[in-house]
Design a protein around this ligand. Structure first.
Ligand code: HEM
Length: 514
């Protein structure tokens, strides 16, 4: 084994020295890259799994060779992520982004962002995006990566599989419920959706906690972001149900508008800044510096970032509700303070990750990750300007500005991040060299143009509605085209690994490599 060096691809090591699988499994390989193993080098594996490359080399060299190849058997824990990612793509391309684009077109044609009759469709879209797009990707990624990061195996993979069906059925029921409420069938569907989604998320959190307990690895500081995100995941699911039933039981249109005004903002903040931003911050700190070789942060600011994220969210939610209920200026001050704190954590996080320094290693996903953080900064700079914009344009609640901020965050930051991380991780899991795949430049360009167009034009609808409305109606379809392009490519990569797994049952591994 002396000829193995740090630059040797894992697939080559496993092909020539099958006994190395035992060592690599101990450090978290477990089915990653399938039968053949990932195309990445030993050095990359060591970096990402937090092992010293020299130690790993020594362990592999010391491992006793096996006379016959170690039989490779994949379990559901090895490929469970695929069904979550595929369902996430299916959701985003139907009731998610596509429906959002259709809603936006209707808004553009009627030149009004405040159409009450569109509220059920927009809320159904928002639900599909948070639970189906973000939720399914987070769950799939967590089931796949968390055990490997913790050098252990997933607790109860079959239960994890059940959460997939619970979540998907729950999302479908909720979409029907949003459209049918306040009719009785809508309320029944809402109740079913609530039970299924809460069960799915509750079980998901329990499975990850049990998996963490199985690990003998010491607790890592980034994990507090992950667990806080999961706590917010549960909180938002409960609040989302409260929101649904509050809307469905409103006695009049005025009461409906009042309830939406009170609950919608806090719910969206908890979903986006609690659940989604927190998981991205946690995964980013674990993943980005090591994958792209950005070096260690000069000053580790994990703890202040963590507390700023949580406290600014709680302050923002409380201040918003109290402002609306009392009308007192003091609480407006609290809201503005929370916005400034949110901008602060975003700046600290970007500096901590070093995403604007030169990466030691890059591939097609890097541009998505870096652009996602540019969009995070844009969105967070917009937040403290929200009240200023309202005063300047004489609006009590500047809906166009808030909508533009939200889109900068949900598509610019969140969606680009999902696209980037998936474009990096899925080929590794499939055992395919990402440098041989599409560069994804077109989806990247289209989604950025669509997103920039939406953010700028939605604000411009306040000033030049005749020009801005028709143009903003097109931006959604640019984004949908981008996500479709990326989604088809990702789906193909996942299918390629599936096909190879099926072939591996019949073909000896040596033939597969040649
Ligand atoms: C990709 C293309 C997308 C399009 C065309 C789109 C379209 C829309 C439209 C037209 C609205 C109403 C805007 C307003 O009233 O200001 C909206 C709201 C919303 N969207 Fe999207 N969206 C997209 C992506 C996303 C993503 C990726 C997420 C989540 C990660 C998301 C979550 C939301 C949320 C939370 C709302 C607010 C709903 C509310 O008012 O309570 N959207 N979207």
């Amino acid at each position: 084994m002396a000829d193995i060096i740090k630059a040797t691809p894992l697939a080559e090591i496993l092909e020539r020295y099958p006994a190395a699988r035992r060592v690599l499994d101990r450090h978290g390989l477990h089915g990653c890259g399938g039968e053949r193993g990932p195309a990445e080098t030993l050095e990359f594996f060591a970096r990402v799994h937090g092992v010293d490359a020299e130690t790993l080399l020594a362990e592999i060299r010391a491992e006793r060779p096996t006379p016959a190849p170690i039989p490779y058997e994949s379990t559901i824990a090895d490929y469970i992520y695929r069904r979550f990612f595929k369902a996430g793509i299916a959701v985003v391309l139907t009731v998610g982004a596509l429906w959002g684009a259709v809603n936006l077109l209707e808004i553009a044609l009627r030149r009004n962002f405040l159409l009450l009759q569109l509220v059920p469709a927009i809320h159904a879209h928002a639900h599909a995006m948070i639970f189906g797009w973000c939720g399914l990707f987070v769950m799939g990624f967590a089931y796949q990566s968390f055990p490997r990061f913790k050098h252990t195996t997933l607790w109860r993979p079959n239960l994890a599989n059940l959460t997939f069906y619970l979540m998907l059925t729950g999302i479908s029921a909720r979409i029907g419920a949003e459209l049918l409420a306040p009719e009785a069938l809508g309320l029944v569907l809402g109740g079913i959706a609530s039970a299924l989604e809460l069960a799915a998320i509750g079980l998901f959190v329990a499975i990850i906690l049990k998996t963490a307990r199985k690990s003998v690895e010491p607790h890592n500081p980034y994990e507090k972001f992950i667990f806080a995100s999961f706590a917010w995941f549960l909180v938002q699911a409960i609040l989302s149900d409260v929101f649904f039933f509050a809307k469905a039981t409103a006695a009049s249109q005025e009461e409906l508008i009042q309830r939406i005004a009170l609950l919608d903002g806090p719910l969206r903040d908890i979903q986006l800044l609690g659940f989604v931003a927190m998981i991205i911050a946690g995964v980013s700190q674990r993943f980005i510096p090591v994958v792209y070789q950005l070096g260690r942060p000069k000053r580790d600011r994990q703890t202040p970032i963590f507390w700023l994220m949580n406290s600014s969210l709680i302050l923002g939610v409380c201040s918003y509700i109290l402002t609306l209920m009392t009308g007192k200026a003091l609480f407006l001050l609290g809201l503005e303070t929370s916005f400034i704190l949110m901008l602060t954590w975003a700046v600290l996080l970007v500096r901590q990750l070093g995403v604007f320094t030169t990466p030691g290693e890059r591939d097609r996903s890097w541009k998505f990750v870096r652009a996602a953080y540019v969009w995070l900064l844009i969105a967070m700079v917009m937040l403290p300007l929200f009240p200023v914009y309202g005063i300047l344009t004489h609006q009590y609640f500047a809906h166009s500005f808030m909508g533009a901020y939200r889109h900068a965050f949900t598509v610019g930051f969140v969606t680009l991040m999902i696209m980037g991380v998936a474009a990096r991780v899925v080929p590794i899991l499939a055992g395919i060299d990402s440098h041989r795949l599409s560069t994804l430049w077109w989806p990247f360009i289209l989604i950025n143009i669509g997103n920039a167009g939406r953010v700028v034009l939605q604000i411009l609808t306040d000033f030049v509605p005749r020009i801005a409305y028709p143009l903003v109606g097109v931006t959604g379809f640019l984004e949908v085209t981008a996500i479709t392009w990326w989604g088809i490519e990702l789906w193909r990569v996942m299918n390629a690994s599936q096909a190879r797994r099926a072939a591996a049952v019949m073909v000896p591994p040596r033939v597969l490599v040649s």
